[in-house]
Design a protein around this ligand. Structure first.
Ligand code: NAI
Ligand code: MG
Length: 493
């Protein structure tokens, strides 16, 4: 890697076949610090031919060379070494993540710790992949082999940059796949720093390649490439739909995590302080740029007015500030594009509903893509602000009459990633758990995510699961083996 004239602006290349490689046409794109709007890096922009090189490297590494001979134990050890590198360099990675994405440094530190935990988890799982012996008649033996799916194209979003890369890379390596990872063009830096350690931890060249580039070019080239067996994607539903269509020609396996419009439901009997905190945390953590954001806050009518008031009072205490300040609770949004997108929803929200707090740019911020925590209330569930994913610090509070009403509103969405219910009544809690059509349900909390537990959506929030053994499954094929134990000829002809 080399530096440009301006010493703080680092230039990054693509990591292909174990080497840093410039874009064939030497094109780069700028990467920003969203709190200052300044360029902090220049990154090689992969064209379709750069993607082709990366896929060929991954293909070759999968089909021959040392990788297919690497034992499951050794793949596990590589994953443990990656985790160790992450832990040793956690402060540096958290700082880059925070600076590049705008998320508060304290949250970036949690993310990086989770990255290490994810590599450790799959390091432990690598040599626990087993097939099964099947109860076929006595004159045969039938069993299954679990084999890697092949070359995985992994397309990453910008909200949890290195963590989302870990969720995809770790199970793929454990399974014995090879990878072409495409970080989001807004936030590629931590994944690129991470690639610096691949050789040292013993990943053979071509096993993990990292290419930079915009979705429409580099991402699309990956999705249509005949050398790629599987696409794992996290991002918008719109792009998810494009991916499913364009992966059809080569019939790739596809897993999608597409975000949502998740209901966070509050009954009158919930613990008050915990509930108000949970409503705010559910939607404002990471500036609301969370796929499982509890952006529809459903509140029982009996407590509705007081709940909106309490939320508003507490929201006033949310400290916006530079991401690197340790007391910052909310940094800027990731990019100008996202800032404008969220801004247009704020204008829409002011027309569609009542504003309890926020609705624009906070005072006193000259630069940076900062948005006030915003609470809209008396929102109709048919309003666009309660149907469309905003991906910013914007809550829509919706009143409900009773349990049946809550369930109806909760499920009245094209999405189904997550949901939460707050009540002290265990009967009601579990009825809600069973009634909500979503892949993750929290009871008396929202957002905790553990590598041991599955993550993924129902309905238009996508398909497939990440994390836990479910995440590994998505990188495995099942081969059925039948062994005839009966030596007599078939005798059919
Ligand atoms: P996006 O879906 O366009 O980007 C996510 C990733 O997909 C990036 O790596 C991007 O380069 C890639 N990509 C974009 N177009 C592609 C294509 N045609 N083929 C292959 N890859 C492609 O998300 P964007 O535009 O940054 O954000 C728009 C909205 O998407 C957000 O407001 C939010 O609602 C949603 N989103 C959801 C995420 C989630 O965690 N589920 C994460 C990021 C965005
Ligand atoms: Mg996009």
């Amino acid at each position: 890697m080399s530096s440009t004239a301006q010493p703080t602006v680092k230039t990054y290349q693509n990591y292909i076949h174990g080497k840093w490689t410039a874009n064939a046409a030497s094109q780069t794109f700028p990467v920003y610090d969203p709190s200052t709007e300044e360029v902090i890096a220049q990154v090689a922009s992969a064209s379709a031919s750069d993607v082709d090189q990366a896929v060929k490297a991954a293909r070759a590494a999968f089909d021959s060379g040392p990788w297919p001979q690497t034992t499951a134990q050794d793949r596990g050890r590589i994953l443990f070494k990656l985790a160790e590198k992450i832990r040793q360099n956690a402060a540096m990675l958290a700082e880059i993540e925070s600076r590049n994405s705008g998320k508060p440094i304290v949250e970036a530190e949690f993310d990086i710790a989770d990255v290490a935990t994810c590599f450790e988890y799959y390091g432990g799982l690598a040599n626990k992949v087993t097939g099964s012996v099947l109860p076929v008649p006595a004159n045969a033996l039938s069993f299954t082999l679990r084999e890697p799916v092949g070359v995985a194209g992994q397309i990453i979003p910008w909200n949890f940059p290195l963590l989302m890369a870990a969720w995809k890379l770790a199970p793929a390596i454990a399974a014995g796949c090879t990878c072409v990872l495409k970080p989001a063009e807004q936030t590629p830096l931590t994944a690129l720093e991470f690639a610096n350690w691949f050789e040292e931890v013993g990943l053979p060249p071509g096993v993990v390649n990292v290419i930079n580039g915009v979705g429409e070019i580099a991402g699309a080239a990956l999705v249509t490439h005949p050398g790629v067996d599987k696409i794992a994607f996290t991002g918008s539903a719109a792009v998810g739909k494009i991916i499913v269509k364009s992966a059809a020609d080569t019939l790739k396996r596809v897993t999608l995590e597409l975000g949502g419009k998740s209901p966070n439901i509050f009954f009158a009997d919930a613990d008050w302080e915990a509930a108000v905190d949970g409503a705010l945390f559910g939607v404002f953590i990471n500036q609301g740029e969370v796929c499982s954001a509890g952006s529809r806050i459903l509140v029982e009518k009996k407590i509705y007015s007081k709940f909106v008031e309490s939320m508003t009072e507490k929201a006033k205490r949310i400290k916006l500030g530079p991401p690197m300040d340790r007391d910052t609770k909310m940094g800027p949004l990731v990019s100008k594009e996202q800032y404008e997108r969220v801004g247009s929803y704020l204008e829409l929200g002011k027309k569609e509903a009542k504003t309890a707090i926020g609705g624009g740019r906070p005072k006193g911020f000259g630069k940076g893509y900062y948005v006030e925590p915003t609470i809209f209330y008396d929102v109709d569930n048919n309003a666009r602000i309660s149907r469309e994913e905003i991906f910013g610090p914007v809550a829509s509070v919706i009143p409900f009459e009773n349990e049946a009403d809550a369930i109806r509103i909760a499920n009245d969405t094209p999405y189904g990633l997550a949901g939460a219910v707050w009540t002290r009544d265990i009967f009601k809690a579990f009825r809600l758990v069973k009634s909500m059509r979503a892949g993750i349900i929290w009871v008396n909390h929202m957002q905790p995510t553990y590598v041991e537990a599955p993550w993924g959506g129902y309905k238009q929030s996508g398909f497939g699961r990440e994390l836990g053994p479910w995440g590994l499954e998505e990188y495995l094929e099942t081969k059925q083996v039948f062994v005839n134990l009966d030596e007599t000829p078939i005798g059919w002809y």
